[in-house]
Design a protein around this ligand. Structure first.
Ligand code: GDP
Length: 366
């Protein structure tokens, strides 16, 4: 499954957010598949109203949402790249994630220790960025050393091009910048893919604000928004303590009431999950049968055979065609046969670009 790593300085509310995630995961356990992965990995369903709507129409035995995993990456402190705190341990976790959620403390509370003095979202962000950049610089320099000779002593064009990209990355990192801002082309990114660079991963920021500011934000979240403007990154305003409380409530009516007391229509966690989904250009398609109505995650731009492969790898190889009904048509005509009778069931081939919300049925050879 897709993995998102939660990073941030100590005492900013990372574990609180992680608990909110893993509590929601536990709350879902009775209805849905659930696997405990590791103590610091929590899996949650991607909230999607369309799934429930389809299930209403089809009345299947099972409803299976698509999921996303959050990884609590502890031990990232000033000096972590040089082995301070948990030092390198956090790296094993963070290398593998698809995206980063960077939690920033935007609340004041003198009872909660802060090593860095007064609250300063932008400098907090930069401290973490610096640690990640230093780690990336190490990886890049190591590879520069390995490839330099080959590139300079008549290496092939590919080796030379790769070396060029590495040097650009090196200079960029040395300036205290993140690789994600370097605007590398697809080919260039392939050239450094083996390094799993930390500052290349897409990021979104959680401004963990005080309770009073969940709707408006506060001066800290504003400073953060200003400070990350150039990155084009999203800043999500939420209060992680409230999220943790919401997630502990089992009775949906209680949850509803609690949310409304805060003037919320849904948990902030849902917004966070949706944003992570968008950040990674992910879309959802559905399969709908009497046994199971299910949501599947794919990348935007995938063609039908590749989309089929997330169900089973054999589906890609043996792909023949797909029967496709757009979600809106499915709902409008109430069923597959309804959509077919109204000419809204399409037969699509190998080149079909799957659209968000497509209800798909694959035909394949085994
Ligand atoms: P971590 O070190 O980043 O994982 O931080 P924790 O999640 O353990 O939070 C540190 C402390 O801050 C805990 O005592 C939390 O209860 C508290 N905390 C977390 N979020 C908030 C918040 O939004 N407001 C306030 N006042 N305290 C919070």
């Amino acid at each position: 499954a897709l993995q998102v790593g939660i990073v941030g300085l100590p005492n900013v509310g990372k574990s609180t957010l992680f608990n909110a995630v893993s509590n929601s995961a536990k709350a879902q356990a009775s209805n849905y598949r659930f696997c405990t992965i590791e103590p610091n990995v929590g899996q949650v369903d991607v909230p999607d109203e369309r799934l429930a709507k389809l299930a209403d129409l089809v009345k299947p035995d099972r409803i299976v949402p698509t999921t996303i995993e959050f990884v609590d990456i502890a031990g990232l402190v000033k000096g972590a790249s040089k082995g301070e705190g948990l030092g390198n341990k956090f790296l094993a976790n963070i290398r593998e994630v698809d995206a980063i959620v960077h939690v920033i403390r935007c609340f004041e509370d003198e009872n909660i220790l802060r090593e860095e003095g007064v609250i300063n979202p932008v400098s907090d962000k930069e401290i973490i960025d610096t640690e990640l950049q230093l780690k990336d610089l190490e990886s890049v320099e190591r590879k520069v050393a390995r490839t330099e000779k080959m590139a300079k002593t008549g290496g092939d064009a590919k080796a030379k091009a790769e070396f060029e990209v590495l040097k650009r990355c090196q200079e960029h990192l040395e300036k205290g910048r993140n690789i994600r801002e370097l605007g590398l082309s697809k080919e260039e990114r392939v050239a450094i893919a083996d390094l799993f660079l930390l500052t290349e991963k897409p990021v979104l920021y959680v401004a963990n604000v005080d309770e009073a500011s969940i709707h408006t934000g506060n001066k800290f979240s504003e400073a953060l928004r200003e400070g990350v403007k150039a990155e084009n990154a999203e800043v999500i305003i939420m209060n992680n303590s409230i999220e943790a409380q919401i997630s502990e409530m089992e009775d949906p009516a209680d949850k509803e009431l609690f949310l409304s007391e805060y003037g919320l229509t849904e948990p902030g966690l849902n917004r966070l999950i949706r944003s992570a989904y968008n950040l990674l250009s992910l879309i959802t398609y559905f399969t709908a049968g009497v046994q199971e109505v299910r949501a599947w995650t794919i990348h935007r731009g995938w063609k039908a055979p590749q989309a089929a492969s997330v169900i089973h790898t054999d589906f890609e190889k043996g792909f023949i065609k797909a029967e496709v009904i757009a979600y809106d048509d499915y709902v409008k005509y109430g069923s597959e046969s309804g959509a077919r009778d109204n000419g809204r069931l399409r037969i699509e081939g190998k080149e079909y670009l799957v659209a968000d919300g497509d209800v798909m049925h694959f035909r394949f050879n085994v």
